[in-house]
Design a protein around this ligand. Structure first.
Ligand SMILES: NC(=O)c1ccc[n+]([C@@H]2O[C@H](COP(=O)([O-])OP(=O)(O)OC[C@H]3O[C@@H](n4cnc5c(N)ncnc54)[C@H](O)[C@@H]3O)[C@@H](O)[C@H]2O)c1
Ligand SMILES: O=C(O)C(=O)C[C@]1(C(=O)O)C=C[C@@H](O)C=C1
Length: 285
């Protein structure tokens, strides 16, 4: 928003003075010491805390929102955010939950960069009867940041992202756990000789523990459903390996390669740029 000059004034709130100072230096016109102050007079409020913290923030800001303001969020799970936030918002405020399908394993205000949303999907889950004008304005802002907008209902969103984001993270966390266990057995060789595939797993497994704890706790049903399906597929693969069924393996890998190539053709595999500056993981603030 800052790079594109898309907002009249950007006001930020974070709990720690240190985080507020960094945000002020990098992209906020003004920072405040309470969330309530930050939303006074705002046309648009963006909640960007872990999913489990959304309800408390909504309760804090609810009474201070301007009539006609739009509230959105960037949480990775949607139904739980709707349930936690909506009861705290006064009538006349438009709540349009959202989820940018873009991010990195880094946290804190230094981890943002202006091209993060370029050519990425940003999913919105407007409630039934959502104000068309408010939705059009939010969509316009997101598109001006370079993202593509799609709308769907919150429950469907949660199932889709369980497949494309949440379960892949669970698998990466688990695989790195297995390697860590093996490391004790083989004295560091597993890490030392790990090539690109495993390195990608370790990048994902370095993501913020609070954020991902909340994702798994609040999207429990969809994640368990997809993990069950994953386990079934894994058994089939295991059996094919055990039985020496090369034909099955080749056909399966040919299908999965086509999926990967489809993603590349759709322009979705844009790696995060090198920030060129130190980024601290999981800043507490
Ligand atoms: N990182 C990603 O890849 C990514 C991508 C899309 C969506 N998201 C979602 O965006 C949201 C923010 O994630 P992020 O990566 O920007 O995290 P972040 O750690 O950079 O920012 C979250 C901030 O919330 C603060 N916070 C935590 N609990 C709080 C509380 N109770 N009250 C007030 N502040 C609190 C943290 O201190 C931190 O400053 C999460 O809901 C996450 O699921 C993250
Ligand atoms: O590349 C990464 O670090 C990410 O995992 C980003 C990612 C994802 O799964 O694609 C993580 C969680 C979000 O809710 C959206 C984006």
């Amino acid at each position: 928003m800052r790079a594109g000059g898309l907002a009249g004034e950007i006001v930020g709130y974070a709990r720690s003075a240190e985080t507020r100072a960094v945000a002020r230096a990098l992209f906020c016109d003004r920072v405040t010491e309470t969330a309530a102050e930050a939303v006074e007079g705002a046309d648009l409020v963006v909640l960007a805390v872990p999913v489990g913290a959304m309800g408390a923030i909504a309760a804090e800001i609810g009474p201070h929102l301007k009539p006609g303001a739009t509230v959105t969020d960037v949480g990775s799970v949607k139904q739980a955010v709707v349930d936690a936030v909506a009861p705290h918002l006064p009538a006349g405020v438009h709540f349009i939950p959202g989820h940018p399908m873009a991010g990195t394993e880094y946290s804190g205000p230094r981890s943002g960069f202006a091209t993060l949303f370029q050519n990425r999907w940003w999913l919105l889950t407007p409630p039934e009867g959502c104000d068309a004008g408010a939705l059009a304005r939010l969509r316009g802002l997101i598109e001006a940041m370079g993202a593509k907008v799609d709308t769907m209902d919150a429950g469907h969103h949660d199932l889709v992202v369980a497949v494309v984001s949440h379960v892949p993270h669970a698998i990466a966390y688990t695989m790195v756990g297995v390697a860590d266990h093996m490391r004790r057995v083989s004295q560091s060789e597993v890490i030392k000789y790990s090539a690109a595939g495993f390195r990608d797993f370790t990048r994902i497994a370095a993501s913020d523990p609070t954020m991902w704890r909340d994702v798994f706790l609040t999207n429990k049903e969809a994640v368990l459903d997809i993990l069950g399906r994953f386990a079934e597929e894994l058994f089939v693969l295991q059996r094919a390996i055990r039985m020496g069924d090369g034909e099955h393996l080749h056909a399966y890998f040919t299908r999965t390669r086509a999926i990967r190539r489809g993603i590349i053709e759709a322009g979705q595999d844009t790696a995060a740029p090198d920030f060129g500056r130190a980024v601290t993981p999981a800043q507490d603030g």
